[in-house]
Structure formats: structure tokens, C-alpha cells
Design a protein around this ligand. Structure first.
Ligand code: UDP
Length: 255
């Protein structure tokens, strides 16, 4: 267990199933019921949940997306060069990272934003060892600008950063769905909920967990994913305590 978890976790430490996790928040998670942009109430609620998680001594890193603002594919579909559009998408994640940072600090957490694209006036550059040091000191680390490379997604950034910082799991926050289904439950009412699947099964069946590049990275490195509904405010805490919530995607699949 990391020393900081002992120090900060105190009596709660033994109740945790993990010491260090990476939370993936899509841009849409920040959008609430809006069509576009950021819903301040939603952001405040997410920040409250994450800040209280940190108080248990858990080390928390976050990768944030930008689907609420801009996706590279939108620009590419409108005739833009895909790489340029993707860089715009990465810059949009910086906006979300700063929004989250502000909300987390209002909720009493200490945070640092580390960006894969240099924006040194507002965020530190991404340096792996520095990220780990911040986590050990009890700071919530927000990774901005994805991987820093076009043609990737923030899901891949989540897998990559989680591996780099030795996170024990990725917590994939969804809103409005409990986890992974064999079809989109919004379109297919009889879609079956899948409580436990393997990375390979998710890739082969094209299940909506993460994109295939990100899933492959998790599969090759045996990194488990917990896909859960963040709209239920107790869920994230339950996962961290080792309770069965949502869908577990790991190397084994099936219980
Ligand atoms: N992006 C990128 N490289 C990365 C991460 C993100 O080019 O490593 C761009 C890409 O254009 C993407 C956008 O940033 O569409 C926003 O990220 P994403 O779509 O993953 O956000 P989310 O779906 O999680 O809200």
C-alpha cells in the first residue's frame, strides 16, 4: 500500500479493494442533460464524489474526454484534416480538465492538471514520475490532452496512463446505464446486461466498453475495467470497497 494511503486512509484503508485507480470521465459525463457544454451541477456532484473518495486515502487519477465540446471526427466529417481536428479535441479536454480541477478544489481536494500538450500557463507538462509523486502526496491528478497524439481517444489515454502510473483498475464512468449490455439498451429494450466479461469478448463482440485500441491495451496488460453508472452516487464508493457493481471487464470474464 502506498505510504500516503496509510497516512490519509487511516481507519478506512483496510476497507478498500484498491490503493490507486484511474477514473475515466467522458466529456458527456460533464454535460448532464444539456445538448452541449458543461452542466455546473453535474460537475459539482462528480467532484463531490471524487473528493470524498480521496478522503478514504485512495489515490485517484482522472482522464477526462471532450465529447461535450468537440470530437476530432466531427471536424473530419466536415472536411477538416483529421489530425488538426484531433488536436482541437485534445485542447477541448484541457478545458474540461480545468473545469474539473476548479470543482474538485471547491470540494476540498488538492489537484494537479498534467497535460500531454504543453499549456504551461495553466497546467504542468505530463511527466510520469511527477504524476506518481503527486498521487503519493494525496493530490488528485487530472490528465489532460489525451495521449497527445491524433488518431487516438481519451479511452486509450486512460488505458495508457493507468498502466504508466500502475493503477490497479480503470473505473469507466457511464451515465444512465448500469454497465455493459449486449446491445444498446436505449434502442433494444431486451438487451442483456453483462456483469462480467473478458477483454477479448468485449473486443470480439464489439461491445460498447471502450474503443478497440484502448481495450487491446488493457487486455495485453491485464488491466481490469469497472464500467458503472456514476448517476448512482454510491456506486463508485461501492466499487472501491470491493462490492460487485456494474460490469467487470478483465482477463477472465464470467464468474
Ligand atoms: N483526442 C486525440 N488523441 C487523444 C485523445 C483525444 O486526438 O489521445 C481527440 C479526438 O479528436 C477525440 C477528442 O480528442 O475525439 C475528445 O476525446 P474523446 O472523444 O475520447 O472524448 P470522450 O468521448 O471521452 O468525451
Amino acid at each position: 500500500m502506498p505510504a500516503s494511503a496509510d497516512a490519509a486512509g487511516g481507519e478506512n484503508a483496510e476497507k478498500r479493494a484498491f490503493d490507486r485507480v484511474l477514473l475515466k470521465l467522458s466529456g458527456e459525463a460533464l454535460m448532464g442533460s444539456l445538448e452541449y457544454g458543461t452542466d455546473p451541477d453535474r460537475v459539482e456532484r462528480i467532484a463531490g464524489q471524487v473528493a470524498s473518495l480521496r478522503k478514504t486515502g485512495l489515490e485517484v487519477a482522472i482522464v477526462v474526454g471532450a465529447g461535450n465540446i468537440y470530437r476530432g471526427l466531427q471536424g473530419a466529417a466536415a472536411g477538416m484534416d483529421r489530425a488538426t481536428a484531433d488536436y482541437m479535441g485534445m485542447l477541448a479536454t484541457v478545458l474540461n480538465a480545468l473545469t474539473l480541477q476548479d470543482a474538485l478544489e471547491s470540494a476540498g481536494a488538492q489537484t494537479r492538471v498534467l497535460s500531454a500538450i504543453d499549456v504551461t500557463e495553466v497546467a504542468e507538462p505530463y511527466i510520469r514520475r511527477r504524476a506518481i509523486r503527486h498521487l503519493e502526496k494525496g493530490r488528485i491528478v487530472i490528465f489532460a490532452a489525451g495521449t497527445g497524439n491524433p488518431f487516438f481517444t481519451t479511452d486509450t489515454a486512460a488505458a495508457l496512463r493507468a498502466l504508466e502510473i500502475h493503477a490497479e483498475a480503470i473505473l469507466m464512468a457511464k451515465h444512465g446505464v448500469e454497465g455493459v449490455y449486449d446491445a444498446d439498451p436505449a434502442e433494444v429494450p431486451e438487451a442483456e446486461f453483462l456483469a462480467h466479461i473478458s477483454h477479448r469478448e468485449a473486443i470480439e463482440r464489439g461491445l460498447k466498453v471502450m474503443d478497440s485500441t484502448a481495450l487491446s491495451l488493457c487486455m495485453d496488460n491485464d488491466l481490469p475495467l469497472y464500467v458503472f453508472n456514476m448517476a448512482d452516487e454510491g456506486n463508485i464508493d461501492r466499487i472501491v470497497r470491493g462490492e460487485k457493481v456494474g460490469t467487470l471487464v478483465d482477463g477472465e470474464g464470467k464468474d
